[in-house]
Design a protein around this ligand. Structure first.
Ligand code: SF4
Ligand code: SF4
Length: 456
């Protein structure tokens, strides 16, 4: 049986690198490590210019609140701590480290001797926090916090190996080459949540990976491999949960509210390495592809590696680039500089020529065909949402649940009127969230100071 969801689109897959084994890239001259690669509070650097740092040494941490530490991905000297733009265009602190090429590990990184059954859940969650693991499927939510918020609420763990975005093949290669890291991470999550069931969801365009995982798992059958129909956006957690359980997550709720918790394949492998090898999250698998790249590859790179170094490792450019994208073509973000570094959330870097970038050929116009409504996996009315956003009627867009949009881009992809629906929706969501934050700030400023007996 193959599982699927309602709506979505069959997009061109462009999985050119599916047969490209993961190649390590180590000899980068320097790395620029952003002090925030997760949702939450930015880290404060814990090193100074001129310090020598080991590979795996913590170089930034969050004192209190939501966030996770960052670590050096190379050994070498801290050259600078300076503000630079991150992948979203926000200016934040980066620690720039000159790579000495030795890869000298921090002395505390030694394989753990204590077994899983002798390690308490509190210890496991702290190991995951200290390793700086945040969601590697794009959401970048700190993994320890996701686990804490779902404890006691779930009866199944789902590992998301759908990888439905075009071009990206790193999860596919991870399943083929290192299945034990995914299965081992899944065992750790089963222990933490105290549940019997884990489901690894793989799309049916990766049947070789399904066979490898089925051969590698243990005989207990607590971990089952589920085959999903290849359709975009199958990797969206709401679609995945619906496909596997037929449960819909109500607007504003989380997977844990319907008894599920989802982790991306590479996040799961990072949990395994944090536990077994004591290794923090310092490397990342990246698909480097696009028609401008001379030799597309799957690379394992130190976090902080620049796009320039990725492109050089793939033989350079063979065409003039028109667009550089962090992530896939459906949900990724265009970049303005090749100095941008790889972060914990970078699954792909695509370099596309003007032949591959969809350009507006006519003035966009909604012809009321209803295609976007029919295909929206969140059952929204994208045509109305775009129209309200374009005319800044954000309250009307909010009434139509614009905040439930997962920004999958299916509506824009299918629109014959070339309406940039998802761009309008992003603007509306940003405006509504800014207004909500301002309202919260006004309310807290107006609240009486109860700590002072309510006296001013
Ligand atoms: S798909 Fe495009 S043209 Fe058709 S209803 Fe939606 S916005 Fe209008
Ligand atoms: S409205 Fe949002 S969720 Fe629906 S298809 Fe468009 S981008 Fe995807």
């Amino acid at each position: 049986m193959k599982y699927t969801f309602r709506g979505g689109a069959h997009v061109k897959e462009h999985k050119h690198t599916a047969a490209c084994p993961i190649e390590p890239l180590r000899d980068v001259g320097q790395v620029a490590i952003p002090m925030s690669q997760h949702i939450g509070i930015h880290c404060t650097p814990t090193v100074a210019v001129g310090d020598y740092v080991y590979r795996g040494q913590m170089i930034g941490d969050v004192a209190n609140g939501l966030g996770c530490p960052v670590h050096s991905s190379v050994s070498g000297k801290v050259l600078a701590i300076e503000k630079r733009q991150n992948v979203m265009g926000t200016v934040i602190e980066h620690v720039i480290i000159e790579n000495d090429g030795q890869g000298t590990l921090a002395p505390e990184i030694v394989p753990r001797t204590k077994g899983l059954s002798e390690t308490s859940n509190e210890e496991l969650i702290e190991i995951i926090r200290r390793a700086g693991i945040s969601g590697m499927g794009g959401a970048t939510f700190p993994t320890y916090a996701k686990i804490q918020s779902a404890l006691g609420k779930v009866d199944r763990v789902i590992i998301n190996c759908a990888e439905c975005e075009p071009y990206i093949t790193v999860n596919h290669r991870l399943m083929l080459e290192e299945p034990m890291s995914i299965l081992g991470g899944t065992q750790i999550l089963l222990k933490i949540f105290g549940v019997m069931k884990a489901r690894i969801a793989v799309e049916d365009n990766k049947m070789d990976a399904v066979r490898v995982l089925r051969r590698a798992r243990d005989a207990s059958r607590r971990i089952r491999i589920k085959i999903m129909k290849t359709k975009y956006p199958q990797g969206d957690e709401r679609q995945l949960i619906y496909a596997l359980t037929k449960k819909e997550i109500p607007a504003g709720k989380l997977p844990a509210d319907v008894g599920c918790v989802i982790f991306n394949a590479e996040t799961c492998a990072a949990i395994y390495h944090a536990f077994v090898d004591n290794m923090p999250l310092i490397d990342r698998l990246v698909t480097v592809d696009g028609d401008c790249i001379r030799t597309p590859k799957n690379l394992r790179v130190p976090i902080g590696t620049s796009y320039t170094d990725l492109i050089a490792a793939c033989g350079g450019l063979k065409k003039v680039p028109d667009r550089v994208i962090n992530g896939g073509p459906m949900m990724g973000f265009a970049q303005w500089s090749l100095d941008t570094p790889v972060t914990k959330g970078t699954a792909a870097v695509l370099v596309l020529s003007k032949d591959k970038v969809q350009k507006q050929t006519l003035p966009s116009a909604c012809i009321r065909c209803g295609t976007c409504v029919k295909n929206c996996p969140m059952h929204l009315m994208p045509n109305y949402l775009a129209a309200f956003a374009r005319t800044k009627q954000y309250a009307e867009a909010e009434k139509l649940n614009v905040l439930s949009c997962v920004e999958c881009g299916t509506c824009s992809y299918r629109c014959p009127g070339q309406v940039e629906i998802v761009q309008y929706i992003r603007v509306a969501k940003g405006a509504i969230r800014a207004e909500q934050a301002a309202a919260r700030a006004r309310a807290s400023a107006a609240a009486p100071d109860l700590g002072n007996g309510g006296k001013k």
